[in-house]
Design a protein around this ligand. Structure first.
Ligand SMILES: Nc1nc2c(ncn2[C@@H]2O[C@H](COP(=O)(O)OP(=O)(O)OP(=O)(O)O)[C@@H](O)[C@H]2O)c(=O)[nH]1
Ligand SMILES: [Mg+2]
Length: 973
């Protein structure tokens, strides 16, 4: 057996092993390997120079009773076993590592040591702890010392044996000096990561002595084997951590052959500064170590009584993710002085991935405790010190924050929202703030003394345009262009916190980035930040700071974005307006109201114009008719028709005729809007006269024949006289019905929270919780999506897409983008497919709103659904008792569904199947009557529920099966 061969470790088995000790017996009590989770036990490292062969049988470490993984007992014991004297590594030292991984993410337990006998002179103990103050994941404790110059070739293979048996599932960059070969020894121990996909992570022990000798010298390595050992950490361990660790030669710091897998060097504390930096590099998020529950029953069961299954309602420990059923939670968590933590987890920092849920009470606790208790516990959970974000988990411009810096950051007048552990960049001059490698997410207070200097590639931009030394992202460049900033020639801008900017090296301010009215909207829609009022008003800052007793983390509010989109005329704008009316105290500002008023008035002129045009046609037709009749019966028996007179019921008097001609001419020339508001004043009396004229009445009675006249026109025309007065103030209903008032550029957004108004909500505590959640509904017009919906990529951070389809489109046709007359439902479907297939919305939740059910229900009784080819297999089984009239459906005696409901259901399933075939996921469907507030309210609350489920799903351990089935969702009502 060659000592230099790298063993293969690819049999896919999950187990640990230890090398049997064959030295002289010892009289000590030996610590034991203590796996916590028996489900995933990786292989101990096999990176020595000796390959595993059949000759060498390795005992498997059996899972034993769990002990406190944080216990220092073992390492202490080991230290007593291992006096700091120069001793030789016993060739057959036994080292076993165990790993437990509960969440499939980054929780690890490493407990040493083997059941087999251990040479007292060489014990290596690794113990995983909660992340310490320096953001490290674990600490390695190593008690071993090696005698100088004892690495003869015979011993080499033996040491290699033992090193091969060393299984490390975690790495550490903190290694206490005392443990490294004793204070006086200069031995360096280096662990080389060596990973195999099918196995747990493992590491090889490399021992060098005084920089002179090295066990796994590069030359001796079987490079191919090294290279073939792929990292498995992407599964079990934040891969970013590992990939960021460079292979460093412990002797001279030079980088190893790149074919080698990453090598982690455990060094003396004094020299670990550089390592720290490497260690955290490229990390999108620093997720501190997770604590693992002490016990765990079968999957899905309660961690205390081991009863129940995954569907049992459970409360989760915010530290270790242990889940307890309603019977056990109070016993397991006690009085919860720090919120929902197992009693054994009290005093431990929370699992950062749960930070968003702090203070959000579950229904279970509400059932078990009274309101006051719940409030206190939730308050404690959010406020108690140990649950606060450890400053060093927040890295700004590459530098972990100190406590003071975090306070400065959180207490500033305009702090970043929701600071989570992670790497951020901060442009101190402009106040721009974002996650490392990403576009800015907020403009916070400028000039804060936190973090290091900003790096040019902080946001990973590739535009060659720089702001304050940072290369900006594509989206920002687009925003600058829309804001009218000249960006040609790769300029370097200097942007101040007030938005004033100048080119680097020039003195004059060139303008203000936020100066244009539209820029803020553009930013909102591109999910780019705009300066808040607070950050502008320096004077207030100081007083704010003083008054600021409640730290920002208490007011974390999430903003969930919902993208609302649909094919032309689907009713998306109506739903958008309903949302405003439903959830905003002041749905439309005064300025908006003024604009809306003009829009409605001009719409009414438009409708009048259509009527006038129709009147002309009708008049011509009846004159023709009369002529015909006249020629066929020369003598008119009734004597009523005087065709010489040229008059019919559609004929105007000269005054109205002149007005009509003028109006039509103005409309044709496209100048209608230009004559407002003067038109309202001058022509209101004429409009009144017109509307009351019998010719117009007769025309209006035949409005169904006027294709250009939308259905809503009647609503406005019947109020025309009022509307066209100067003192007209549009009602909410007017605004709701009005066409084209949502936005001119195809984009609009509204922020709201559900409980703001909506008095019919029985507001319990859960709803109060909901009132903290904020939503942003973004309406984007399908026309505004550009070719191949390219602008959709701007909406990458939305939480859900709401796609609106008009049910009543099934028999409608319009010209598609290729110039063909196409069924509108099919065009809607095409847009739906395009959006669902858009890479930005991979894995996104979709809610399909099937709108205009009122029109649909009425139409389906007259027009077969098969007018649309896609629906040609609709064969409803209709109950004989079914009421014929759609309007009496609700009074249906035997409650059998109406044809409309059956057809809706059928269409819903069509879309679900389509969606499933595209994504493999389920589509949520909601039936809506856009003009009815309650209907829209129900639908948007359904969207909220879906988002909440998502949140809850995320809170559930990933390993646990979702309680939300993948069945087709129920239709709302
Ligand atoms: N009867 C009825 N009409 C509706 C309903 N929803 C919307 N409408 C009307 O349908 C028309 C089109 O609705 P919009 O909300 O403007 O549709 P859109 O998707 O914005 O389409 P564009 O106007 O092309 O942007 C308007 O006249 C609405 O009043 C509904 O549920 N029932
Ligand atoms: Mg519209």
């Amino acid at each position: 057996m060659s000592p230099l061969q790298t063993p293969e470790a690819d049999d896919g088995a999950d187990y640990s092993f230890a090398v049997e000790y064959s030295g002289p017996p010892v009289g000590y009590d030996l610590p034991r390997a203590v796996p916590i989770n028996v489900e995933r036990i990786p292989v101990a490292a096999v990176v020595g120079q000796v390959s595993l062969s059949d000759k060498l049988s390795l005992p498997v470490v059996q899972p034993l009773l769990a002990l406190d993984p944080r216990s220092k007992k073992f390492s202490k014991e080991l230290k007593t076993l291992c006096p700091e004297s120069n001793t030789t590594v016993s060739p057959t030292s036994v080292i076993a590592f165990e790993r437990s991984n509960d969440s499939g993410r980054d929780c690890k337990e490493v407990e040493l040591v083997s059941e087999a006998t251990v040479s007292p002179t060489s014990v290596i103990a690794f113990e995983e702890r909660e992340a310490g103050n320096h953001g490290c994941l674990m600490s390695g404790e190593l008690s071993s010392s090696f005698s100088n110059g004892h690495y003869g070739s015979g011993e080499l293979s033996d040491v290699a044996n033992s090193s091969r048996a060393l299984g490390l599932s975690s790495i550490s960059h903190e290694c206490s000096q005392e443990l490294l070969g004793g204070g006086g020894s200069s031995s360096t121990i280096e662990f080389s990561d060596s990973f195999d996909k099918s196995l747990g992570s493992s590491m090889a022990l490399r021992v060098s002595n005084g920089g002179k000798e090295s066990l796994d010298s590069n030359n001796d390595l079987n490079q191919a084997d090294w290279a073939s050992n792929e990292s498995v950490l992407s599964v079990d361990y934040p891969s970013s951590r590992v990939s960021s660790i460079k292979a460093v030669d412990c002797n001279n710091g030079s980088t190893y052959d790149v074919r080698r897998p990453p090598v982690v060097t455990f060094r003396d504390v004094e020299s670990d500064g550089a390592f720290d930096e490497e260690y955290t590099q490229d990390e999108p998020e620093i997720m501190p170590e997770k604590r693992v529950p002490l016990t765990k029953g079968k999957k899905g069961s309660c961690y205390r009584c081991f009863k129940g299954n995954r569907f049992t309602e459970k409360e989760v420990c915010v530290v270790c993710d242990a889940k307890y059923c309603g019977n056990c939670v109070l016993r397991a968590m006690g009085s919860m002085p720090e919120g929902r933590k197992c009693v054994t987890c009290i005093g431990f920092p929370i699992d950062e991935s749960k930070r968003g849920n702090l203070g959000k009470c579950s229904r279970m606790l509400k059932r078990l405790l009274n309101d006051l208790e719940v409030q206190q516990i939730m308050r404690a959970e959010k406020l108690c010190e140990v649950n606060q974000l450890p400053p060093e988990y927040v890295c700004v411009n590459g530098k972990p924050l100190s406590h003071e810096e975090l306070v400065i950051l959180q207490a500033c007048p305009n702090p970043p929202k929701k600071v989570k552990p992670g790497n951020y960049w901060y442009d101190k001059v402009s106040g721009l703030w974002g996650k490392e490698g990403q576009k800015p997410s907020k403009i916070i207070s400028p000039h804060l003394n936190v973090g290091g200097p900003i790096k040019p590639d902080a946001s990973n931009g590739n535009t060659q345009v720089f702001i304050n030394g940072r290369e900006i992202t594509k989206v920002e460049l687009r925003m600058l262009q829309l804001a009218g900033v000249q960006c040609a020639g790769n300029p370097h801008f200097w942007v101040n916190d007030d938005g004033s900017y100048q080119e680097e090296g020039q003195k004059n301010t060139r303008g203000y980035v936020w100066g244009k009215a539209g820029t803020k909207l553009v930013c909102a829609l591109l999910s780019l930040p705009v300066p808040s009022k607070v950050s502008n008003s320096c004077g207030e800052q100081v007083s704010n700071l003083v008054n600021r007793t409640v730290p920002d983390y208490l007011e974390q509010r999430t903003l969930q974005k919902l993208l609302l989109v649909g094919y032309n005329g689907s009713g998306a704008s109506t739903i958008f307006k309903q949302a405003k009316i439903l959830y905003k105290d002041i749905p439309f500002s005064e300025e908006e109201q003024d604009n809306i008023k003009l829009k409605i008035q001009s719409n009414v002129y438009g409708y009048l114009g259509i009527l006038l045009e129709g009147r002309e046609h009708f008049e011509e037709d009846s004159l023709d008719e009369l002529k015909k009749n006249h020629s066929s019966s020369i003598i008119d028996p009734s004597g009523n028709t005087d065709i010489n007179d040229g008059k019919t019921i559609y004929s105007f008097g000269p005054r109205l005729k002149a007005f009509s001609d003028w109006l039509l001419k103005t409309m044709v020339s496209g100048n209608l809007e230009a004559i407002f508001p003067a038109a309202t004043r001058e022509y209101a009396p004429l409009v009144e006269e017109l509307w009351n004229d019998s010719a117009i009445r007769a025309t209006y009675n035949r409005r169904n024949e006027l294709e250009m006249l939308p259905t809503v026109a009647s609503y406005f025309l019947e109020r025309a006289i009022n509307i066209l007065r100067t003192d007209y103030e549009p009602s909410n209903l007017d605004i709701l019905y009005a066409e084209g008032v949502t936005s001119s550029n195809g984009l609009a957004s509204v922020d709201f929270s559900f409980s703001q108004s909506a008095p019919d909500d029985d507001i319990d505590a859960a709803d109060q919780q909901d009132s903290l959640l904020r939503y942003q509904l973004i309406r984007v017009h399908s026309r505004g999506l550009g070719e191949n919906c390219k602008w959709l990529e701007m909406f990458e951070d939305v939480g859900m897409v709401i796609f609106c389809v008009s049910l009543s489109d099934y028999d409608q046709f319009s010209v598609d983008e290729n110039g063909y007359i196409t069924n509108k439902m099919m065009q809607s479907r095409k847009l739906f497919e395009n959006i669902v297939n858009h890479p930005t919305f991979d894995q996104m939740d979709f809610l399909l709103i099937l709108n205009k059910f009122d029109l649909f229900e009425e139409k389906i009784e007259r027009v077969p659904l098969s007018q649309c080819d896609w629906f040609d297999d609709f064969h409803p089984v209709i109950s004989r008792h079914r009421s014929n009239s759609s309007s009496s459906n609700s009074n249906n005696i035997n409650n059998s569904p109406s044809l409309g409901q059956l057809a809706f259901h059928y269409i819903g399933v069509k879309f679900k199947r389509l969606y499933y075939s595209l994504t493999g996921q389920k589509l949520y469907v909601s039936l809506v009557k856009g003009l009815e507030p309650d209907s829209v309210d129900t639908s948007l609350k359904y969207a909220r529920e879906i988002l909440k489920w998502d949140d809850e799903r995320a809170n559930f351990s990933l390993s646990e099966y979702s309680i939300y089935s993948n069945e087709a969702s129920s239709f709302s009502h």
